[in-house]
Design a protein around this ligand. Structure first.
Ligand SMILES: NC(=O)c1ccc[n+]([C@@H]2O[C@H](COP(=O)([O-])OP(=O)(O)OC[C@H]3O[C@@H](n4cnc5c(N)ncnc54)[C@H](O)[C@@H]3O)[C@@H](O)[C@H]2O)c1
Length: 325
């Protein structure tokens, strides 16, 4: 039977730790935040309550959210005291292995032996931190994205000895907080940053080669494929476009840019096996019959139409002044 997390301590009441604590408290968990000392923890709590009130006033949080957070979120104790009897501890201190190791060792020394311990690291491989934790079967990366109160996705990275029930318990906690956890392997950059940096790297090459300006690259990303990404990942998008179409298009890219942008084996194999995507009912993301295909197209059209409405309602994002040099 899966374990249920209902009490949480977040260590590090800064930008990310604060947002994580606020989100979990809003979702009904009993949460404590703790920072370097009691004063810093209490200041963190005050800042979070003020911020929650601002979100509520701006209509970003439901009426009554700040009161709910106030009732579920506390501060005022040391790390040792605050982690002593909770189901889950999320470490969100500075992104430095030495600092994280020290904090994780303190947490391990004072937490229950079965308490689950997560780290919010965005770049440090979990195996680098594992030696600092006693009972490492209960330790994993639980990587929230910025801004934590609003971004739903959370990357999970299990260590070599992390047990499946621990991953399941964290996924369940995240689901109750309206978040979605996805597990990835313990590799540098994990998935989020590897993909995000690959896009930025190619975008930078486009600008450096004089193909388009920074502004025009951002416009194209925002208004074309970026428009789809809130609803579909790259595999679902490829299924909708046609895997055979992608195979051919990769051929053109490979002619120009070489092996780096040649057709991936996964796509070659899929097309060779007769998988062309949604259009022939056989995709990388699944099989589609007439009914699911029609439902998908209806969902897609509604999603993009609503996305257009939202963008028109919000208007363009504020921009900085043109760089002076
Ligand atoms: N900022 C982002 O966009 C972002 C996004 C995803 C993940 N992360 C990760 O989240 C973690 C925290 O980042 P942040 O942006 O919130 O940093 P931050 O500097 O805002 O907060 C870190 C907090 O940790 C506290 N701290 C430091 N040492 C401590 C100790 N020994 N005991 C208790 N508290 C201690 C600091 O006082 C500070 O309040 C990092 O691992 C970072 O990589 C950050």
């Amino acid at each position: 039977m899966s374990r249920t997390i209902s009490t949480v301590t977040v260590v590090g009441a800064g930008y990310m730790g604060g947002g994580i604590a606020q989100s979990l408290a809003l979702a009904g968990m009993s949460v404590e935040i703790v920072d370097v000392d009691v004063d810093a923890s209490v200041r963190g709590l005050e800042r979070l309550l003020q911020e929650a009130q601002e979100f509520e006033d701006q209509g970003l949080y439901e009426p009554g959210s700040t009161e709910k957070i106030r009732g579920n979120l506390r501060a005022g104790r040391t790390v040792a005291e605050a982690v002593a009897d909770v189901d889950f501890i999320e470490e969100a201190v500075f992104e430095r292995p030495d600092v994280k190791r020290e904090v994780l060792a303190t947490i391990s020394a004072h937490a229950r032996p079965d308490a689950i311990i997560g780290t919010n690291t965005s770049s440090i491989p979990v195996h680098v931190l594992v030696p600092a934790v006693t009972n490492p079967e209960r330790f994993l990366t639980v990587h929230f994205s910025n801004p934590a109160p609003f971004i739903p996705g959370v990357e999970l990275v299990a260590g070599e000895s992390t047990t499946p029930d621990v991953v399941e318990a964290v996924k369940d906690l995240l689901a109750r907080a309206g978040r979605e956890g996805a597990q990835v392997a313990d590799t540098p950059g994990m998935v989020l940053n590897r993909l995000q940096y690959a896009l930025l790297k190619e975008a930078t090459a486009v600008v450096e080669e004089g193909v388009a300006t920074v502004d025009d690259v951002d416009t194209i990303v925002r208004t074309t494929f970026g428009f789809r990404l809130g609803f579909f990942g790259p595999f679902a998008i490829a299924d909708q476009a046609g895997l055979d179409v992608y195979e051919n298009a990769f051929g053109t890219l490979a002619d120009a840019y070489g092996e780096r942008l040649a057709t991936p084996q996964l796509i070659k194999d899929a097309v060779a096996a007769g998988r062309k995507g949604v259009k022939n009912g056989k995709g990388l993301t699944g099989d589609f019959d007439d009914e699911t295909r029609a439902e998908l197209i209806a969902y897609r059209n509604k999603a993009y139409s609503r996305m257009g409405d939202l963008l028109r309602e919000l208007g363009p994002a504020p921009k900085g002044a043109d760089p002076e040099n």
